[in-house]
Write a protein that binds this ligand. Structure first.
Ligand code: ADP
Ligand code: MG
Length: 264
């Protein structure tokens, strides 16, 4: 389980997280949603040990502040919102970095074919010797996901769940690759791992997430399953514009659309 209690975080004089409580369970896909600038990435960066915070964050029952970054790398893989690289790495070199982060040296030898397997999973076979910098934004995002999957190939380790922390994993992807990546994340959860993903597409989130955490202005304003969190009132208040929902007869999840304001 991931449990954040009363997490506060300031950058300079600006308080960005104002006492955030979040719980996410292994075996589930948890989505964090909310408007631009509300603190989603900052929360994820606290959870991944990249930013100092006050409060408590526990992962698999351990206080994160007591776990070294090297040990955290055995427990979770992180896909950042963007990952620019300054050196001309090839795709396969980038993906192999996941092996270094997430496995003991002996494991790494056994797992030499993993980079190609994960590239196949993200539909990038044949790209291994291309330069990362020469790929499109969406292709780079999928290379980085392959790196994370290399690191977290097993959804559990020593009977403990492993975790994927994904910041906008599908924001640059076309609809087919969005579905593919969401399915990879769901499969990871189905195998016993935990997934926390920052998401913008509320309809895609409704289709794939088990649990939704909605943020606004550095705070959690709603959390629960899709039916609980997706109300017109919650969404309109979080995003500051009118948002309507409808449930088509054939659909299992509500469909969200901007409210149409007709001027009289
Ligand atoms: P989002 O929900 O869009 O992911 P972020 O967590 O990236 O939002 O940012 C939350 C707020 O914190 C924004 O107002 C952003 O401008 C501010 N912020 C983020 N990083 C910094 C920084 N390094 N310095 C100053 N302000 C920052
Ligand atoms: Mg962000």
């Amino acid at each position: 389980m991931l449990k954040a209690d009363n997490v506060k975080l300031s950058i300079g004089r600006k308080q960005i997280l104002k006492g955030v409580d979040v719980q996410a369970r292994a075996g589930k896909f948890t989505a964090i949603v909310g408007p631009n600038g509300c603190g989603k990435t900052t929360l994820l960066r606290a959870i991944t040990g990249d930013l100092p915070y006050s409060g408590r964050i526990g992962l698999n029952g351990r206080d994160l502040s007591d776990v070294s970054l090297a040990d955290q790398a055995l427990m979770r893989g992180v896909l950042a919102q963007s990952t620019p690289l300054s050196f001309p790495f090839t795709v396969i070199e980038v993906v192999r970095m996941g092996l270094m982060a997430g496995t003991a040296a002996a494991d790494a030898v056994l797992r030499q074919n993993l980079p190609l397997q994960t590239l196949r999973q993200v539909d990038l076979m044949g790209y291994e010797n291309r330069f990362y910098q020469e790929l499109s934004g969406g292709e780079q995002q999928r290379v980085q996901l392959a790196r994370v999957l290399c690191q977290m190939w097993d959804a559990t380790r020593d009977d403990q769940p492993c975790w994927l922390f994904l910041d906008e994993p599908v924001s640059s992807l076309d609809i087919a690759h969005q579905n593919e990546v969401m399915q990879i994340a769901r499969d990871f959860a189905a195998r016993g791992g935990g997934v926390i993903a920052v998401m913008h597409d509320l309809n895609l989130t409704a289709a794939f997430a088990d649990h939704v955490v909605m943020m606004r202005d550095g705070q959690v304003v709603a959390s629960g399953d899709v039916q609980q969190v997706y109300t017109s009132e919650n969404l309109s208040s979080a995003y500051g514009c009118r948002i309507d929902l409808s449930v088509p007869v054939s659909a299992t999840a509500p469909v969200i659309h901007p409210g149409v304001v007709v001027n009289a």
